[in-house]
Design a protein around this ligand. Structure first.
Ligand code: C2E
Ligand code: CA
Ligand code: CA
Length: 757
């Protein structure tokens, strides 16, 4: 292989890293002469001055790729060893075998390879006497490349020998540098995948590029949201060195016309290129999202190895860019109210979490406001007017509670506000009632219900604070007149009714009131049943059913979820055994696993012994864990999930898309399956933005090589859309409701037609 092949021919235009054709013939091929880099060095070791002279004479006119070489000489093996230990960049040594002693030459070779540890230098042995040729074995063992009788060395032959040795040395050292570089790329990519924001990501890009190329970090990364628009509108998202003050500015304000021009050119021509001082890389993103370019000051031309490394690194940067923009899009969707463009309940929860993480005094309050206006106006004016009104209400709330207060919409016309306690007093709520001078057309609020929690009086988790707030709001409403219900420490202690129910569940677990229903999962491509999810069912002795939505959260709250979960797993195993007996041994069953179960160290042992008892393979029992639990390291689930995965259990992330995943984190999760949450499936065909979430999850699954299953599929439009987008599997009422095991077996046996066929 000619290591320079890709320097003289433009590299193939792969979409990730393409060099512009016209710039594609860097002078690296003739490189070092043009750039004044070091000459290739050849060392001749011989104790015969006459031979040294003739060698020098023969090599005087020698050129390697149009380039002179530097010839060094040593008169003894000892002298040569000293020289070689100090100078690591000598490419070739021409070595006389017999010098101080008969084997001085071979001993020198041994110490070059083994003591000095130079594996790259090429060694050519020369001897004056025929018959002292070393054994072939020792030639190979010491990586000696050639063996010649001095008398056979014509000038042409010498040139040929030196040329092939130099070429071999170039290849080997390029490979070694590439290997070291690749190691660095692996490290750099690890660093890139851990960044969650574009800003952090691009800062790292410049830093890692500089590290890879041994440069002082100086560069700019810019990203353009809308490819095709004016490239100067691209935003500088990361910069190091001279340009670091430009972060967040538009490319247009960069005052260095050359750099500005280069970045602009990269974005509009969608190409990477280089000049003698700098390297501009172009990242196409995933084609329809943002794309970007980065400028790095190199101050010299890069050699082939460096270009090769850049090509590899650029594709890493590109997938990083796709991931980061996916994450931030997911982030935006997960934390923003789609209708009003203000923070949503998730965002409030996140902010609340960080406040509650601090010890009191926090001097913060949480306010819940229920305006009761939206539903009324929707009724009287229609949805569109109602939504318009909602936007105005949000505007007024933000005016009444300016930053640092955070205003979020929870649902309908219920809002939550988190802010300094003094800015969230009762008098501020009163102010909401008066007419808004800025918007005289918005009627004053008819009736406001509010609840207020002083966060210095509160020490539960954020989720519970939100639940308490809603509860207090309901109380406000029930009481009718009173406008604000103030939280008093301890008022959220369990209701009597809850207590009774939990005692009942306790009893139910001892009896046989808890069962499972199985909901089949279908392959969208061919309509086959590929598995089933086991869902808990509670049937009271009188035949009445209590829905899981009522008893599961309660069981999670009072710890009964552990024995309940164990029961469900056992029932799942029994169902697997019966399925096998009925002739369906390869149909896995999925069970839902709660945080509390995962937090127990004994989970793996319990599962394993159950499976052993029923002689089942762990691969048959899929464990569904909701996204928010999987992502929550407070439960130390990461480790347990890893152990379960290693034990052979398939892991599915349930309700995917509703949690807080960052892609970087997701990638580290030991999961096999993403389960698209029902809410995203429901919105297929109605809300285009939401549709993107289902689509994004499918894309994510593809990128991470995970199975994607959609849940809650209720109509053929949804199923067809999902199939078209490449979603693998689906479950939902369209195909089948959760049903008793017997019904599932009958369905399998009858090979029931599915709506897709
Ligand atoms: P999930 O894990 O998301 O389960 C899917 C739920 O969606 C089930 O409700 C199922 O009956 C329902 N479903 C299935 N297809 C459709 C559809 O096409 N449309 C609609 N609207 N719904 C559909 P279910 O059985 O009421 O369970 C509710 C939740 O209770 C489950 O949500 C899960 O979080 C929890 N749960 C159920 N069984 C267990 C269990 O054994 N252990 C634990 N930890 N949680 C469980
Ligand atoms: Ca589930
Ligand atoms: Ca689910």
């Amino acid at each position: 292989m000619d290591p320079h092949a890709h320097a003289t021919t433009p590299p193939a235009h792969d979409d990730v890293f393409a060099f512009a054709e016209e710039e594609a013939a860097p002078s690296a091929a003739h490189g070092q002469e043009a750039t004044g880099g070091p000459l290739l060095r050849v060392l001749s070791v011989d104790d015969d001055p006459a031979f040294q002279d003739s060698l020098r004479y023969s090599l005087a006119g020698y050129r390697y790729r149009d380039q002179r070489i530097e010839l060094l000489t040593a008169a003894s093996a000892n002298q040569a060893a000293g020289l070689l230990a100090a100078e690591r960049d000598i490419a070739v040594v021409l070595l006389d075998v017999v010098m101080e002693s008969d084997d001085a030459g071979l001993r020198l070779v041994k110490s070059i390879r083994e003591l000095i540890g130079n594996a790259e230098i090429r060694i050519i042995l020369l001897t004056g006497q025929p018959g002292v040729a070393p054994m072939q074995a020792s030639l190979a063992g010491l990586d000696i490349n050639d063996y010649w009788l001095k008398t056979d060395l014509s000038r042409e032959r010498l040139h040929g020998i030196v040329t092939s040795a130099l070429r071999a040395w170039e290849q080997i050292s390029a490979l070694n540098r590439a290997r070291r570089g690749l190691q660095m790329i692996v490290e750099a990519s690890n660093s890139l995948t851990s960044s969650r924001t574009l800003h952090d990501f691009s800062g790292r890009v410049v830093k890692e590029l500089a590290r890879l190329l041994h440069l002082a970090p100086e560069g700019v990364v810019c990203v353009q949201d809308m490819p095709g628009s004016d490239p100067l509108s691209a935003v500088i998202v990361g910069a190091a060195g001279r340009y670091s003050h430009l972060v967040a500015d538009r490319l247009a304000v960069l005052d260095d016309a050359r750099i500005r021009g280069m970045l602009g050119h990269a974005l509009s021509a969608k190409t990477s290129f280089a000049d003698t001082e700098s390297q501009v890389l172009y990242f196409p993103g995933n084609g329809d999202g943002p794309h970007g370019a980065t400028y790095v000051a190199t101050r010299r031309e890069l050699d082939d190895t460096e270009l090769e490394l850049l090509r590899v690194f650029a594709s890493n940067i590109n997938s990083g860019l796709i991931n980061v923009s996916l994450v931030s899009q997911l982030d935006r969707m997960a934390y923003e109210d789609a209708l009003l463009g203000i923070p949503n309940g998730n965002a409030m929860l996140r902010a609340l979490d960080s406040v509650l993480a601090l010890p009191p005094p926090r001097d913060r309050a949480l306010l819940f406001v229920d305006l009761d206006q939206y539903s009324e106006s929707c009724l009287s004016l229609g949805i569109e007017q109602g939504e318009l009104l909602l936007a105005k209400i949000a505007h007024r709330l933000k005016r009444c509670f300016p930053p640092p207060a955070l205003v979020a919409r929870l649902h309908d016309d219920t809002f939550a506000i988190l802010g300094p306690a003094s800015a969230l007093g009762i008098e501020h709520i009163d102010r909401l009632e008066s007419e808004d001078p800025d918007a005289p057309d918005v009627a004053p609020f008819i009736s406001i219900g509010a609840a207020r929690i002083d966060l210095d009086d509160y020490d539960g988790p954020a989720k519970a604070a939100m639940a308490t707030g809603s509860l207090l709001l309901k109380q406000t409403r029930r009481q009718g007149l009173s406008q604000v219900t103030q939280y008093v420490r301890g008022m959220e202690t369990p209701h009597n009714q809850r207590f009774t129910l939990s005692r009942e569940l306790h009893r139910a677990l001892r009896g046989d009131e808890i069962g499972i229903a199985l909901q089949p999962q279908y392959d969208l491509a061919d309509g086959r049943i590929v598995g089933a999810e086991a869902l808990a069912r509670w049937t009271r002795p009188d035949g009445s059913q209590i829905p899981p939505a009522a008893f599961i959260p309660m069981a999670e709250a009072n710890g009964l979820i552990a024995p309940l979960g164990a029961r469900i797993v056992e029932l799942g195993c029994r169902a697997l055994a019966r399925l096998a007996a009925a002739g369906f041994p390869n149909l896995p069953i999925a069970v839902n696993v709660s945080a509390l179960q995962l937090a127990r160290n004994s989970l793996l042992d319990e599962l394993s012994s159950l499976l052993a008892r029923y002689r089942l393979d762990p691969a048959m029992l899929e464990l569904e864990v909701t996204e928010s639990i999987a992502m929550d390291d407070r439960y130390a689930t990461g480790d347990m999930l890893n152990r379960l995965r290693d034990a052979g259990f398939p892991i599915a992330i349930d309700d995917f898309g509703t949690g807080y995943s960052s892609l970087a984190y997701l990638r580290t999760l030991p999961a096999h399956t993403l389960k698209i949450d029902r809410s995203f499936v429901q919105e297929i065909g109605s809300t285009p933005e939401r549709q993107t979430i289902a689509d994004m999850i499918i894309g994510l699954g593809r990128r991470l090589d995970m199975r994607v299953i959609a849940e809650g599929v209720e109509n053929t439009d949804q199923a067809n859309w999902l199939k078209l987008r490449g979603c693998h599997h689906a479950q939902g009422f369209l195909f089948a409701r959760p049903e008793p095991l017997d019904a599932l077996i009958a369905r399998l046996a009858g090979n029931a037609e599915t709506p897709l066929q």
